[in-house]
Ligand binder design. Sequence first.
Ligand code: CA
Length: 693
Amino acid sequence: MMSGAAKIASGSWPSHGLNAAETRESPLLQINPDTISSLGLAWSFDTGTRRGLEASPIIIDGVIYTTGDWSRVFANNAKTGELLWQYDPNVDRAWGVNACCDVVNRGVAVEGNQVFVGVLDGRLIALDIATGKPLWETLTIDRTKPYTITGAPRIVHDTVIIGNGGAEYGVRGYISAYEIKTGDLRWRFYTVPGNPALSPESNAMEMAQKTWTGDVFWKVGGGGTVWDSMTYDPELDLLYIGVGNGAPWNRHIRSPGGGDNLFLSSIVALNAKTGEYVWHYQTTPADTWDYTATQHMILTELAINGEKRKVILQAPKNGFFYVLDRTTGELISAETYVPITWATHVDIETGRPQETDNADHRVEFQLTKPAPFGGHNWQPMAMNQKTGLVYIPAMENVSMYSTPETFEYIQGGYWNLGQNDDLNADNPMANISPTLANAVMKHLLRGRLIAWDPIEQKEQWRVEHATAWNGGVLTTAAGLVFQGDGAGYLSAFDATTGERIWRYNVGNGIIAPPVSYEIDGEQYIAVMVGWGGAVGLLFDQPEAVGGGKGRLLSFKLGASKTLDIEQRIRIQPEPPTRSNNEASVAKGAALYNAYCMRCHGINGIGSGVVADLRYMTEGSHKLFDDIVLKGIFAGLGMVSFAEVLDENDTADIHNYVIDVANEKWQDDHSSDLWIDIRNSFYDILGKAASFFL
Ligand code: CA
């Protein structure tokens, strides 16, 4: 059943999810519950980076191929860690402003003598496997639009498949197949319709067009980006793609006359040779919450009511775990794997979710579960054939959704969501203090590992993590589940009970999925270590460890190399005096949340991966306008915002940042009892809020 099984017998990890079915279940048995106590560090390699590392490494013939930030590629000896070659595509750092969720990359694809990497700025590059020298390069996007690539390519037949991201800023999604040998385009499948005045590119787009209304969607782009998941079934010769959210998010603005807006938030099955549409299943019709269906998909066979069915499994952001017949796209079952408020259930006959009143945010804002981070994000899950369980790196979270009276499309580093929470002062969260907001958020963001029975559609066990944002998952035939967490630990759990039976402190947050391979009779567990990504940048989670050295680590039995863990102590310089201009600070807060918070952190509180502005030096304060308007740090990824902000705006943002910095300074330098009392009050308030939501 598991295609690619012959290949993995040699102990390699040849493709993104290990095999075509992307089960991420290693067949290796040497590391098991009896031996794991002697699992130690075999080698470590410093990537020379401090941003998020999300790659799933590929291991073939004793070499481990992986990627760092800014789409850099590394090839190392998988036994010793020695660097064999590295390749830097030299992405213009200014392109980073188009990356919604850090300048990350989820890994390469390898076929024959070529290594393929999708680059943040939209290029697809083939490298020579022995030297890392480029063999060909092709531009997959229109550079006048804010597209990015963060996903790993997949190899199907003689083509390399890649999608793209950018729906928050406003682009039209598609996926393309390029000839392995030449980089020539073989086929392209658009996921949402373009300008209705032009003839649709395919029958599928003709069908999709009927589910959209108005003229906002195609001007903004419509979204539907295929930014991460793809799975290939060699038996059916179908390529399954996971399609993302709409642009803008708000359905009432995007398609004011209603409609399901195909193929947003859908799994679409394509003919793997031609890219032609075969079937689709839409997880969230007319999505309005950023509930992408781009999450990892696993192909397997399940006995459903005594009948063996070829199925596809997905736990998308919307909180339902889906089992679909992968031949036809028929819904077999769907149950919630995390608490949700937007729907009661999925109707099995129609395959449609039954929305609740909470789904309507036209008149009043709604607090809705899950948040745009989803019940599950890009971090891959894994399925163990012996336990029959799927291990989901899940999250429980909540967010506010609203509908503004007007919508204006803004180009240049701005999230065009069609929400009130950006420039509009009606946002209740914008009017509470950063300390309170963070105390509340602490209780509304949770991360857990869930063992899910896909036949019974129920949870078997769970492990609550200290952090909301954690790593992807590996399982092994020896009955183990491996996952890293934001607090900097790589752990092994018993696949049947969830008992933690091993852990190792790596000193920096882990978001990438571990992989396993074998060389000279020894089994290894490898993982990339580097904190960041969407939630990593946005929230300063108290238990998270971020900003440390980016690394590739590999573990084996009997090894005991020690890892030098940096002690990073951040000392806040005394901030400039607070402005007494409350109106300016309030305006600065709104502008900060519109343009700055996705990298520098929500409510002015950074996670330490990208500069935490509360820690700005006197020099940075002096250069504030030059940094924001002239782009003097563009080489580091901080571009000029002169197209969308002027000197009055930067003065407001600066006043806000100084205000937040002073709040921290006063908290840290005051022994007043009332601060302790206030913090415990916020703590109780946060707990109460989380109870009611
Ligand atoms: Ca999104």
